[in-house]
Design a binder for this molecule. Structure first.
Ligand code: FPP
Length: 249
């Protein structure tokens, strides 16, 4: 018998039926800290360690795209001290993970209104994206200053301008054309959405792209989330029948 439960779950996974694209709403950092009478920033610090562990696990398992909701357009309304701490953590993460991304064939990508991020963070993002642009393993797709409605508005504006200019015939506007005007234009939609901390909401995340994603909500708070639970969720995903609105076999 295998005494290591995580490795037995790992070998249990069907490599032919892995989700190509996994998206995660990383929620519960604040509650994790509150339960321990820490300030919220400590929760985000512990949450960044989970980010590292889940990026590594995704690469090892063979997931091709991991989209993490790291900062939403609504998060700009949090207290300035928390926003600054999150930006500092993000910058630290980018600096500390640069070698790991290069050594492990990880390509960094971002979606969202990244022009709103502080200049030093944008610089690190640009640098990591440039250095990793040729990597073909896991795509780590960070949603930063991201909002699903804002993304759709941006796409609609771009399409409207092309229609006015006569570059698009309104009759040729299809779901596929809209997808091509989203931040995720080059990516297939997520197969699986995971949300931690038990909230049953999408919170303005990938509103268009999640149309047929499988959803898994776990009560675990993000700082407590780990590889073993991730494996169990992937195993559960593999047992689901995806019908995309059609009838089953
Ligand atoms: C939600 O928890 C989490 C966030 C708003 C930010 C996510 C950020 C990290 C995991 C750390 C930094 C990111 C990277 C990529 C290094 P919450 O604060 O809403 O928790 P609560 O609902 O319990 O208050």
């Amino acid at each position: 018998m295998n005494s290591n439960p995580s490795s037995s779950i790992h070998t249990d996974l069907d490599p032919q039926n892995l989700p190509f694209h996994v998206a995660i709403i990383m929620d519960g950092n604040g509650r994790w800290a509150k339960k321990r009478l820490f300030n919220r920033i400590k929760g985000h610090e512990k949450g960044s360690e989970t980010v590292r562990a889940i990026v590594r696990a995704s690469r090892e398992i063979g997931i091709r795209i991991l989209t993490l909701y790291a900062f939403s357009t609504e998060n700009w309304q949090r207290p300035q001290i928390e926003i600054s701490a999150l930006m500092t953590l993000l910058k630290k993460f980018l600096i500390s993970e640069q070698k790991e991304m290069l050594d492990n064939n990880i390509r960094l990508n971002t979606i969202g209104q990244t022009e709103r991020l502080p200049e030093d963070v944008r610089k690190e993002l640009q640098k990591s994206m440039m250095l990793t642009r040729k990597n073909e393993g896991l795509i780590l797709n960070l949603a930063l200053s991201y909002g699903g409605r804002a993304e759709i508005v941006k796409a609609v504006k771009e399409i409207a301008i092309k229609a006015i200019d006569g570059r698009i015939d309104p009759d040729s506007i299809t779901p596929d054309l809209i997808s091509k005007h989203l931040y995720t234009a080059e990516m297939p939609d997520p197969d699986l959405l995971i949300r931690t901390s038990g909230e049953m909401r999408i919170s303005n995340f990938l509103l268009w792209q999640l149309a047929y994603s499988e959803i898994c909500i776990t009560d675990t708070l993000w700082p407590d989330f780990g590889k073993d639970e991730f494996m169990r969720i992937l195993k559960n995903y593999q047992q689901r029948e995806r019908r995309f609105g059609k009838v089953g076999p």
